[in-house]
Design a protein around this ligand. Sequence first.
Ligand SMILES: CC(C)(COP(=O)(O)OP(=O)(O)OC[C@H]1O[C@@H](n2cnc3c(N)ncnc32)[C@H](O)[C@@H]1OP(=O)(O)O)[C@@H](O)C(=O)NCCC(=O)NCCS
Length: 167
Amino acid sequence: MTGASDSEIVLTPLDEPALRRLLEAAVADADALEVMPPMEGPPGWTPERCEAFLAFHRRRCLDPDTAIETTWLVEVDGRAAGAARLQPVHGPSAVEVEAGVWLGRSVRGHGIGKRVTEVLLEAARDGGAARFIASTTVDNAAARRLLTGTGADLDVHGADVDASLEL
Ligand SMILES: CC(C)(COP(=O)(O)OP(=O)(O)OC[C@H]1O[C@@H](n2cnc3c(N)ncnc32)[C@H](O)[C@@H]1OP(=O)(O)O)[C@@H](O)C(=O)NCCC(=O)NCCS
């Protein structure tokens, strides 16, 4: 892969088929701890962790009774490569939206995260949000750089970093 400017990047709203493709991408190219909350049990992509990954996204995004965020499958040149999300923080019409992105290892560091973040910022503005927030950790240099690049203010407390950008 070359730079992101040479790649076609498409964000597709998550549905069941896209969720299956997202799981395949996660298993093939990401560490579970990078893409879902920690859970008990042996490390790695065990069948239980794969099921928990599916359940996590169904609960947070696909089930209308429990959904709290919009998630997109990120495709790079037609291949499932990661996920992006926007979550209104205090209910569906909140002015503050929390963003998250993960990409498979093989596509990191080519400017794709930056382009995906631009799409998320545009979606947040289009949705009427006034503030864009995100969290990462001090040791996540790529995420910190990505967030700094948006013009967000970064607040470091211990190992955690909270970013906030007025839209
Ligand atoms: C964080 C993540 C989404 C960034 O996406 P990416 O495509 O790798 O990032 P980009 O190539 O667009 O680079 C964005 C900026 O970070 C810098 N960067 C990229 N990788 C870096 C690294 N390993 N160390 C330091 N800086 C890095 C780039 O130079 C660029 O900065 P610039 O605009 O000043 O040149 C991606 O690395 C990832 O999915 N990581 C695992 C999951 C994760 O940590 N998600 C974020 C949680 S908040």
